[in-house]
Design a protein around this ligand. Sequence first.
Ligand SMILES: Cc1cc2nc3c(=O)[nH]c(=O)nc-3n(C[C@H](O)[C@H](O)[C@H](O)COP(=O)(O)OP(=O)(O)OC[C@H]3O[C@@H](n4cnc5c(N)ncnc54)[C@H](O)[C@@H]3O)c2cc1C
Length: 417
Amino acid sequence: MKRIDTLVIGGGQAGLAMSRCLSDRAVDHVVLERGLVAQRWRSERWDSLRLLTPNWQTRLPGFRYEGPEPDGYMSMAQVVAFFERYAASFAAPIELDTTVLAVERAGTHFQVRTSRDTWLARHVVIATGFSDLPFVPPLARHLSPRIVQIVPTKYRNPDQLPPGGVLVVGASATGVQLADEIRASGRPVTLAVGRHQRLPRTYRGRDILWWLDAMGAFDATPENVVNINTSRHQPSLQLVGRSDLRSLDVAVLQRRGVRVLGRLLGAEYERAWFDDDLVATTSASDVKLVEVLQRIDEFISSAAVGAVEPAERFEPTWPSALEIGQTTVDLQIDGIDTVVWATGFTRRYPWLRVPVFDERGEIRHRGGITPVSGLFVLGMHFQRRRKSAFIDGVGDDAAFLSDQIVSGASFDAAAAS
Ligand SMILES: Cc1cc2nc3c(=O)[nH]c(=O)nc-3n(C[C@H](O)[C@H](O)[C@H](O)COP(=O)(O)OP(=O)(O)OC[C@H]3O[C@@H](n4cnc5c(N)ncnc54)[C@H](O)[C@@H]3O)c2cc1C
């Protein structure tokens, strides 16, 4: 059995950031990755995807984007190359093609069985990703077998889909991007819209994320928000990273010929029914949009940000009377042959044989420190800050957890702090 102080499971941005911070603190550690560095960016993303965060926001401990296009958005090949350079920059001790099969308590240590070796470690950091498995609602089981169902991690491009109409379920970043791309391929597209957040790509001459970053919006802690559970379940922002800097939201999709309906409530064979909440969800998103723009305007008035373009307000989203009224669809009659589930992600840890789960199967933790001494988790949504699951945010949490590992953190102390 191999012995080590700390094992990090997962070689994505979280695992690499953790490795960099542990290296900086001279903690003996190894990163175990079942595939290659940044595996999910290689094999679980669609062909046209670009980061929706601008290049300048690709910042990790000791490493950042320093190329010629700080305002551009990386393609997947560029993201993978970036993370490979990051791992090489500090010679990350990473074992590739090594799947963790079991993590068990062994006295004060953990026994970690992998597809290659068995390890005994004092600390284990789980960095296997917040976006682990696509969430598909149970109602999917009731759909006619005629209909092809696909999740974003398996979707590559429209050519892979049958020729007919497509129902995209979910209108966060993934749903709006896929609806847009599939519509552009000439297929009729219906978008089932639940809670969502619309944002323009640019505002007053700068990327919208530049403003949110400058205002500290991504640094919000659980104490700064009204309800952390609500904040943790907020849908991702309706944004796309494109060189033409265009916005992508429900209103834009309507103009491109996408039929928008309310939240998908149920399905039985060829019938699907939708909530009549389209006016409510689009209005809520429009109201929130105005609030965000007002906050930016106030920030501009109070801070020295240099020359900016004039304030702007955007047309509200107007679902057509037809769309508002339509709450049931016969998928066959409407020619819908494919359903794309852009309904978020869930996480499963069948290999983690330690009593650390809550009633929903999520790892219990405070800022990444679990109640099991020596066990940590990294990369969770809003782990310590709003930005925790982003490339730009995971570094702070990795530094924090590395300090906890060095100092011997406890869950109760994390609660008190
Ligand atoms: C479609 C999409 C677009 C996104 N766009 C952006 C963006 O533009 N900007 C941004 O900042 N964030 C973005 N994110 C959010 C976030 O940056 C990504 O989800 C990112 O992949 C999270 O990195 P991670 O290291 O936490 O997890 P992951 O990238 O999921 O890495 C986890 C690693 O663990 C490995 N692993 C899992 N199980 C095991 C096991 N049992 N044994 C060994 N290894 C294992 C996996 O192979 C994987 O490499 C996006 C997310 C998605 C889903």
